[in-house]
Design a protein around this ligand. Structure first.
Ligand code: MV4
Length: 447
């Protein structure tokens, strides 16, 4: 059993993990950078080790320093949170070699999921629906042109090691393919040191639907329902909700079963998320698998009553899942709104600085995941997310009202935030209709 966890992260997710450990009677070790000496996670943990200067490369991304802090503190496990080293196969491998329990899947699993072309091939073989177009690697424009004809135009050119939109281009026809391929491949080489590409048919106006799964070491896999994450800007999610308003019960069952099939096909272990594109026609396709706990996990916790961080720790400790698929019941509706330190009027540029006053709401069915407080200086070095406001209500209509009411109460002064912008979205007829797709934000912002 895990006795002491080092949290290799900062901000609200570090605080979230500290809370779960404390409730389980597990000791916690925080790490912080010099810019985070006054950070909430550094104050709340049982023990805190400053691991280096403000830049992430010298602190939260510095594997040697994190491993040293783990050894020094006597922690027997590391929770990586999300971002930073959470999907770094090399980091997970070093943990394995050092006999430190990495709270997540194995390093081999992380590496296999990180190669999207390889993951797609595995899913094709397993009979999970994938986006039309093969997973075969295209290393040259000639390869690409041949595969694009098979996928049929318009096509999407993707980097095998991509994700988050990097090394990705749409080509609407053959005459723009060469240019798009070369740009995407160059971007991929720069970002991932690898120019291996694959070509798919471009899916128009889909929703981004992802399914949360939990898998233990004994082959038990359960799905915890879907999340509709279609409201995104530059591959940054803004609002997530569950259940998805436009999925029929039949489709929901099918997509959740496909996610479980995907997880079983790779002998997945720990918490994971299977991403799909959902077409207006109702067809859905596997896109990729995320091997970390995700930012938006609270909405799944709201509708299932399951604490995902505690489940991650129990699974990593070798416990069997304490429930079956039949025990999982999706109740009511949940919505999460991300509150970021950014200037919505100037291309959403990050706005770090000192928070004068932070008032965050509560009340029945309202949850705040945050690490901000009045007087805190937000460093310029890290992600601009300040807080996650999530709500639960029996119906979608009530959940929307609750989200509007709670968001309307938030006070953050001293820095610019996206609160007014988010309020605009959750009061818009398009959001209220539930029919938003991945192109919604572009249309919304151009108004
Ligand atoms: C696609 C697609 C349309 N067709 N693939 C975005 C990031 C990476 N995970 C894959 N992505 C997409 N792949 C095909 N064949 C559209 C996207 C996409 C997207 C997906 C989900 C949420 C927001 C998005 C925004 C732009 C593009």
């Amino acid at each position: 059993m895990i006795k002491k966890v080092l949290i290799a992260n900062r901000g609200e997710i570090a605080v979230r993990i500290i809370r779960a450990c404390r409730e389980m009677g597990i000791e916690t070790v925080a790490v912080c950078s010099e810019a985070d000496r006054n950070a909430l996670h550094a104050m709340l943990a049982d023990q805190t080790i400053c691991i280096g200067p403000a830049p992430s490369s010298e602190s939260y991304l510095n594997i040697n320093r994190i491993i040293s802090a783990t050894m020094t503190s006597g922690a027997d496990a590391i929770h990586p949170g999300f971002g930073f080293l959470s999907e770094d196969a090399r980091f997970a491998r070093i943990c394995e070699r050092c006999n430190i329990t990495f709270i997540g899947p194995s390093s081999d699993m992380i590496a296999a999921s990180g190669n999207k072309a390889r993951a797609k091939k595995t899913m094709i073989d397993a009979g999970v629906p994938t986006i039309p177009g093969s997973a075969e690697a295209a290393r040259t424009v000639e390869d690409g042109l041949r595969l694009a004809d098979i996928a049929t135009y318009p096509v999407m050119i993707k980097a095998a090691l991509g994700g988050g939109g990097k090394g990705m281009r749409v080509a609407r026809s053959k005459d723009v393919f060469t240019q798009a391929f070369q740009t995407a491949q160059q971007e991929a080489k720069n970002a991932f040191g690898d120019g291996s590409m694959y070509i798919e048919h471009y899916v128009e106006h889909p929703k981004h639907i992802e399914v949360q799964i939990l898998a233990d070491k004994y082959g038990n896999v359960v799905s915890l329902g879907e999340r509709d994450c279609s409201i995104q800007r530059n591959h940054q999610k803004l609002i997530e909700e569950t259940p998805c308003e436009t999925l029929s019960e039949e489709k929901r069952k099918a997509i959740c079963e496909a996610a479980v099939k995907a997880a079983k096909a790779v002998n997945y272990e720990n918490a994971g998320t299977v991403e799909f594109l959902l077409e207006p026609s109702g067809n859905f396709y596997f896109m990729e698998m995320n091997t970390r706990i995700q930012v938006e996990h609270p909405i799944t916790e709201w509708v299932t009553g399951i604490d995902l961080i505690k489940e991650q720790i129990k699974i990593a400790s070798g416990e069997k899942l304490g429930f079956t698929q039949e025990d999982v019941e999706i109740k009511g509706h949940s919505i999460e709104v991300r509150i970021n330190a950014e200037d919505a009027e100037h291309k959403f540029r990050p706005c770090p600085g000192k928070i004068e006053l932070a008032y965050l709401p509560g009340g029945q069915g309202v949850r705040i995941d945050s690490a901000v407080y009045s007087g805190l200086e937000i460093p310029a070095y890290y992600d601009s997310m300040l807080a996650k406001l999530s709500v639960w209500a029996p119906t979608r209509e009530e959940a929307i009202k609750k989200a509007q009411s709670a968001l309307g109460e938030v006070i953050i002064t001293g820095i610019k935030t996206n609160i007014d912008y988010q309020y605009g979205i959750i009061t818009s007829p398009e959001f209220i209709s539930g029919k938003t797709d991945i192109d919604f934000i572009d249309k919304f912002s151009r108004k």
